[in-house]
Design a protein around this ligand. Sequence first.
Ligand SMILES: [Zn+2]
Length: 81
Amino acid sequence: MPRKKTYGLRLRTRGGTSVRKQWTRITQIKRRKHKCPRCASPSVKRDSVGVWDCRKCGYRFAGGAYVPSTRTGQASHRIRS
Ligand SMILES: [Zn+2]
C-alpha cells in the first residue's frame, strides 16, 4: 500500500500516534501564511516560537507559539488599552 506523503511521516513512530497527530496539525497551522495586523497582507511567517514576521512591511511582533494571535493574547490587549 503506497503511503501518502504527509507531515506526519517526519516523526515516524517517535512519540506515538497522539503526539504525531498533534504535531501534524500544529505544523500545518504554523506554516500557513497569516494576516499581518498592520498592513493586512497575508505575508506573516513564524520566525521563532512566538515571534512573527511580516515579509511585506517588516513588522515583527510577539504572538502565540504556533498562531500569531491567541485568545489569551487578545484578552491581554483589551486589558492594557
Ligand atoms: Zn505587514
